[in-house]
Write a protein that binds this ligand. Structure first.
Ligand SMILES: CC1(C)c2ccccc2-c2ccc(C[C@@H](CC(=O)O)C(=O)C(=O)O)cc21
Ligand SMILES: [Zn+2]
Length: 339
């Protein structure tokens, strides 16, 4: 990719041991687009103008037009923002029986801690940020209570186009538009979401590496009851092949998205997303849609349906034994030497 139009220089992107094919980049009017979305395959859509009204959302504009409420930012000493679901801790207690109470509480490392901040302070810290400082990642759901300027722009998004997509592909309701403002070098490590995602890039560039749900076995996700549920235990940037040997079978797809691009991240697809040079910070807005109604199940069942089944089995077993720690041993006993 040429670097004339302030584009990332593909050569300085991090190299990985596993093969990476390119995600197709198609104009949003290309009929192949709906074929790919229908078959739950990733595609970068160009020319949609979905968030054209937000093309001016740089730091200065957001500072002046996001209102003066508190925003949630995540702070991390390293470059990884592996989110940690505090609610899971309460759930573990609720699924565990009295016989587990005397067990010492597990210590969890929270790689990124969240704290409230005013948009002006956030903007100042981004401007003054230099390599070695702790990293920031602003994540904020947009709503009618966001600042007046931003709401005005939000209304002018191509809702006709995106709503037509939602209907055509039988997606469920739009749950969130998350506004993301991160520093160059920030990494959201490999995870999947249980929602369809139209990921709109507004400012700067992000390198997106995706793996299909079928590669669940190569990515070793944390248990469902773990605060890092839905996230891979492996660190793609520092692979531990002894603990995770099936990482050797990884085969992903990638795209570098820039302003105006919209990446379709299909439900249950793994994605690892890094903010890359040349810009100092990135602005993205995602459109998360609930899964559509489960239609006629076709056989053999698809990879993402197997993931949903495995999640249910993990939850059921933990509840049945009232002890998450027993699930592994029971599953090993059940399959080893038998299936
Ligand atoms: C890391 C962070 C800030 C976070 C912290 C704590 C809880 C949730 C989240 C969260 C959720 C979504 C994203 C955007 C994107 C990744 C990316 O663009 O970096 C992505 O994964 C998606 O759109 O599905 C980023 C985050
Ligand atoms: Zn995600």
């Amino acid at each position: 990719m040429s670097t004339s139009r302030n584009e990332p220089d593909q050569c300085n992107l991090r190299k990985y041991d596993f093969p990476l094919d390119d995600i197709p980049r198609l104009n949003c009017m290309d009929p192949q687009v709906d074929e790919l979305i229908k078959s739950k395959k990733p595609v970068v859509l160009t020319g949609s103008n979905l968030v054209g009204a937000a093309s001016k959302w740089d730091l200065d504009y957001l500072e002046k037009n996001m209102g003066n409420g508190d925003f949630t930012i995540f702070v991390s000493k390293g470059n990884q923002f592996k989110f940690f679901d505090e609610k899971k801790l309460a759930e573990i207690d609720s699924v565990s029986g009295a016989h587990t109470k005397n067990r010492p509480q597990k210590e969890y490392i929270r790689p990124a801690k969240s704290c409230p901040i005013k948009i002006q302070d956030f903007a100042k810290r981004v401007r003054e940020w230099k390599d070695g400082d702790e990293r920031l990642y602003l994540q904020q759901a947009l709503s009618s209570t966001s600042g007046a300027g931003v709401v005005q722009d939000f209304i002018r998004f191509r809702w006709d186009w995106v709503t037509a997509k939602q209907k055509l592909h039988n997606w469920g309701k739009l749950t969130y538009n998350l506004l993301l403002v991160g520093l160059e070098g920030n990494v959201t490590p490999c995870h999947y979401d249980e929602q369809e995602n139209l990921f709109a890039q507004i400012h700067g560039h992000k390198r997106c590496i995706l793996f299909p749900p079928e590669q669940f076995g190569c990515l070793y996700p944390h248990p469902v009851w773990h605060p890092h549920d839905r996230q891979s235990q492996v660190d793609l940037d520092n692979p531990d092949y002894d603990r995770f040997p099936k990482m050797r079978d990884l085969h992903g797809v990638q795209a570098v998205v820039g302003p105006g691009d919209v990446l379709y991240i299909p439900i249950y697809w793994w994605h690892h997303i890094e903010s890359v040079k040349p810009e100092k910070y990135t602005v993205s807005l995602n459109f998360w849609y609930k899964a559509g109604p489960v239609g006629q199940v076709e056989y053999p069942i698809k990879g993402y349906q197997k993931v949903a089944i495995m999640r249910n089995v993990e939850k059921m077993l933990a509840e049945a034994m009232q002890d998450p720690e027993e699930v592994g041993a029971l599953l090993r006993t059940m399959v080893q030497g038998r299936f």
